[in-house]
Design a protein around this ligand. Structure first.
Ligand code: DLL
Length: 436
C-alpha cells in the first residue's frame, strides 16, 4: 500500500473521500474473506462485501467491540497469517486476558508515518533530540513514538518510563529538546525539575503527551513549568497505538489521519450515527491496517469532532479531547484498568480470607494518581493480628501488580464495612474530577 504522499495531509476533501471509499471497499472485502468474526456478522445482517460501495455505506456495517478481542484471543481476528506478523502489542482487557494486536511490516511503516506527521506538524525537525519516556514493551507508547521520531530523522533517546532522577539527568546531559510521555508524568517531571532547581539547564522546547485524559489547565501548567509547547496525541492499541490523531501547531483539536482511519460519532446507547458536531462515542474503521484491521470499532471514548477547516491547512477532521468513557475503564498513571480485572484477582485469592466486596479509590495528589483498593476480610479471617493482615495485603498487592501492571495500595477492612448500595455496588470512587 502506498503510504507516503506529499500532499496527503492537505488533500482536498473530495479527493480524500474518494480515497477512503476505495480503501473501505478493499478492506471490507479483505476482512470478509479472512476474518471469521466479521464474515459471520456480515452474514447475520445479510450483507455481502459488494453491498459496500463507498463511505456512504459505512453505517450498514456491523460494529466490533473490545469483547471480540477477548473472544478471539489471541490471534483470531488477524487478517494475515502469523508468518506476516512482525510485532505484537497488548493492552488491558476487561478481565485477566489482555487484548493482543498484531502488525505487519507495512503496518509498522504506516504507524511510523502517522506519528512522524505529528512531529512535523508541531515543528520537530531532524535537529531535535527526542526523549521517549513512554513505556517500551507491550504498551504501544514507547515503540510508537520511537518509530515516528526515527522516521523523521530526529535523534531518539529511548528512555522508557520510570527512574525520574535518571530521566532528568538525561534531559539535561543529552540536551533533549522534545519529550514524549504521559501528561501526568510530564507534570511530575516538571515538579521534580522545579524542586531540584535545574530548569535553566534544560533545552526542552516541545512536549508530546497522551495516553490519558488531561485538561487545558494541566497543559498551561506543564507549559509554564517547563517553558515548552505541549501537544496532545491520541490513539488506542486496537486501532494502531499513539498517532491515530494528534494536534498541529494550533493546539485546537487533534487531526485524525483520515487516509488511514474512518471516524464516526455514535449514540453509545442506540448505536445511531450522530450528526456533525454532536458528542457521542468515537468509532473507528482502519482503512489500511493489514494484520489487525478493525471495522466500526467501538472505542468507548466519548468525544466530538470539529469539522471547521483548521488554520494549518490540513484537511483531516479534528477530534476534541475525549471527555470520558462509556464503560468503566479507568486510566491510572497512564495504565488502563478495568474494575473487573481487580475483581478477578480478588476472587482468585485462596483461603477464603477475603470477600468479593471491594472498593477502588482513585485520587490525584500533587499531580500524581493515587490508587487504593479496600477489600473486606471474611468473618472467618477477621483478626487484629496486624502481621497476618499485612502479609495478606502484600500478597494481594503483588497479585494485582502482576495482573494490572501498576501498583495499588491494598487495605484489608473489617467485614461488612464497605457501604452496600441498594442497586449496583459503588465499586469505584474517582476523586480526580476537577483536579486534572
Ligand atoms: O494509550 C496509546 C497511546 C500511547 C496514546 C501514547 C497516546 C500516547 P491504550 O493503552 O490502548 O493505547 O489506551 C487507549 O487511552 O481509548 C483513551 O481512552 C485513552 N487515551 C489515549 N490517548 C488519549 C488522549 C494508548 N490523548 C485509551 N486523551 C483510549 C485522552 C486518551 N485519553
Amino acid at each position: 500500500m502506498p503510504l507516503r504522499s506529499e500532499n496527503i495531509e492537505k488533500m482536498p476533501r473530495e479527493e480524500l473521500n474518494k480515497l477512503q471509499s476505495k480503501r473501505l471497499v478493499e478492506q471490507v472485502k479483505r476482512c470478509y474473506e479472512r476474518v471469521e468474526c466479521f464474515r459471520n456478522r456480515m452474514d447475520e445482517k445479510g450483507l455481502k462485501p459488494q453491498d459496500i460501495k463507498g463511505i456512504e455505506d459505512l453505517h450498514k456495517l456491523p460494529f466490533s467491540y473490545k469483547k471480540d478481542l477477548r473472544d478471539y484471543y489471541p490471534y483470531g481476528l488477524f487478517a494475515e497469517p502469523m508468518e506476516n506478523i512482525v510485532r505484537l502489542h497488548a493492552s488491558s482487557g476487561t478481565t485477566g486476558k489482555r487484548i493482543v494486536v498484531g502488525y505487519t511490516e507495512n503496518d509498522l511503516e504506516m504507524w511510523a508515518e502517522c506519528f512522524a506527521r505529528m512531529f512535523t506538524s508541531v515543528g520537530v525537525t531532524k535537529n531535535d533530540i527526542v526523549q521517549i519516556s513512554f513505556g517500551y514493551g507491550l504498551f504501544t507508547g514507547g515503540f510508537g513514538a520511537h518509530a515516528g521520531a526515527q522516521r523523521m530523522g530526529a535523534t531518539v533517546v529511548p528512555m522508557s518510563s520510570g527512574n525520574t532522577a535518571l530521566q532528568i539527568q538525561t534531559l539535561i546531559d543529552f540536551g533533549v529538546t522534545v519529550l514524549c510521555c504521559t501528561p501526568s508524568y510530564a507534570m511530575y517531571l516538571a515538579e521534580e525539575i522545579e524542586r531540584m532547581g535545574v530548569k535553566d539547564k534544560l533545552k526542552l522546547r516541545i512536549g508530546i503527551f497522551g495516553a490519558e485524559p488531561w485538561s487545558e489547565n494541566m497543559r498551561s501548567e506543564i507549559e509554564s513549568k517547563l517553558s515548552i509547547k505541549a501537544y496532545d496525541i491520541y490513539g488506542l492499541s486496537e486501532v494502531l497505538g499513539p498517532g491515530v490523531a494528534c494536534e498541529c501547531e494550533y493546539q485546537s483539536g487533534m487531526h485524525i489521519w483520515e487516509d488511514h482511519f474512518l471516524v464516526e460519532i455514535i449514540n453509545p446507547d442506540t448505536g445511531e450515527v450522530l450528526p456533525e458536531g454532536e458528542t457521542g462515542e468515537l468509532v473507528f474503521t482502519s482503512l489500511t491496517k493489514e494484520a489487525f484491521p478493525v471495522i466500526r470499532y467501538r472505542t468507548r471514548d466519548i468525544c466530538s469532532l470539529i469539522t471547521e477547516p483548521c488554520i494549518c491547512g490540513r484537511t483531516h477532521i479534528k477530534m476534541r479531547k475525549p471527555s470520558g468513557r462509556s464503560d468503566d475503564m479507568l486510566i491510572i498513571r497512564g495504565v488502563n484498568v478495568f474494575p473487573s480485572q481487580i475483581e478477578e484477582v480478588l476472587l482468585n485469592v485462596s483461603g477464603n480470607h477475603i470477600t468479593p466486596n471491594y472498593q477502588i479509590i482513585v485520587d490525584r495528589v500533587n499531580n500524581n494518581d493515587t490508587f487504593d483498593v479496600n477489600v473486606e476480610m471474611s468473618e472467618s479471617f477477621f483478626t487484629d493480628d496486624i502481621k497476618s493482615i499485612e502479609r495478606l495485603e502484600r500478597a494481594i498487592t503483588e497479585q494485582l501488580r502482576s495482573s494490572l501492571g501498576i501498583g495499588a495500595k491494598v487495605h484489608l477492612v473489617n467485614p461488612k464495612s464497605i457501604i452496600r448500595s441498594e442497586g449496583k455496588a459503588t465499586r469505584v470512587i474517582d476523586n480526580r474530577k476537577g483536579k486534572i
